[in-house]
Design a protein around this ligand. Structure first.
Ligand SMILES: NC(=O)c1ccc[n+]([C@@H]2O[C@H](COP(=O)([O-])OP(=O)(O)OC[C@H]3O[C@@H](n4cnc5c(N)ncnc54)[C@H](O)[C@@H]3O)[C@@H](O)[C@H]2O)c1
Length: 251
């Protein structure tokens, strides 16, 4: 129970990898706000946590909406009294067709930036007053290992995930004096439900072949790193990017 009495928000926690983060944070003792644009998904995950004896709140939120993100933070504090951990996991990814860069509609480019980067900014803004007042906090931003490889055919997505790294480093410098840690994780190709549904099996096999550990990556492979960065075990670590991809990229 490394996170006993801590309070966490997981954006995009209503399904996929975010759901697994939420369940495991709760198993370590944290009260968890499951925040997702898919409110029914968030409700189901919060209920699953409560069914295991944990504490959870579901919030429907579009992370690109400033007022909605403020309400997410307020609802968390009203329910649990504080905010210790923010996992910025929500993103537009699996719904994006893989296509050449010149075929990406400008509106789709804008939406990816709006959710994947502006959404991260707004969620940090929303929790900051509470973490600043507590003089502690852990912000964990989810990037992607495709930034090392320059993976093609989702240029907006790859660009946004590279932006997460600059955001993490600069924000870590601004929040050090408040004792708030800001770190990032770059997952490799991970078999979340949405990736299984939308990816060609040969694409997944190609990833496996390039890893040191030649097997599929699952959401559970990311949990240990998230718990480490959320817990006191990482208290002198900030501004860092930890790559978790079975050794496909070396960073
Ligand atoms: N699965 C992978 O291979 C992989 C690899 C590298 C990085 N990642 C990153 O890990 C994270 C989770 O990936 P996943 O495979 O579970 O993705 P997913 O698409 O299955 O889940 C994303 C979640 O974010 C939510 N969401 C989308 N837009 C939102 C918005 N505007 N406001 C609030 N919630 C919103 C969705 O409803 C969904 O629950 C993402 O940040 C993704 O970019 C995934």
């Amino acid at each position: 129970m490394r996170l006993q009495d801590r309070v966490a928000i997981v954006t995009g926690g209503g399904k996929g990898i975010g759901k697994v983060y939420a369940l495991h944070l709760a198993r370590e003792g944290a009260a968890v706000t499951v925040a997702d644009i898919d409110e029914a998904g968030a409700q189901a995950v919060a209920q699953a946590i409560r069914d295991e004896g944990g504490r959870a709140l579901a919030v429907g939120v579009d992370v690109s909406d400033p007022e909605a993100t403020k309400r997410m933070a307020q609802a968390t504090v009203e329910a649990f009294g504080r905010i210790d951990i923010l996992i910025n996991n929500a993103s537009v990814m699996s719904t994006l067709p893989r296509r050449p860069w010149y075929e990406i509609p400008v509106g789709e480019w804008d939406r990816v930036m709006e959710v994947n980067l502006k959404g991260m900014f707004l969620c940090c803004l929303a929790v900051y007053p509470y973490m600043k007042q507590q003089r502690s906090g852990k912000i964990i931003n989810i990037s992607s290992s495709r930034i090392y490889q320059g993976s093609p055919n989702r240029l907006h997505y790859t660009t946004s995930k590279a932006g997460v790294v600059g955001f993490t480093r600069a924000l870590a410098r601004e929040l050090g004096d408040d004792n708030i840690a800001v770190n990032a994780i770059s997952p490799g190709f991970t078999l979340s439900d949405s990736q299984i549904a939308t990816s060609d099996p040969s694409y997944a096999q190609g990833k496996v072949d390039r890893r040191c550990f030649k097997r599929d990556q699952y959401p559970e492979d990311l949990v240990g790193t998230v718990l480490f960065l959320a817990s006191d075990d990482s208290n002198f670590i900030t501004g860092q990017l930890i790559n978790v991809d079975g050794g496909e990229s070396m960073h």
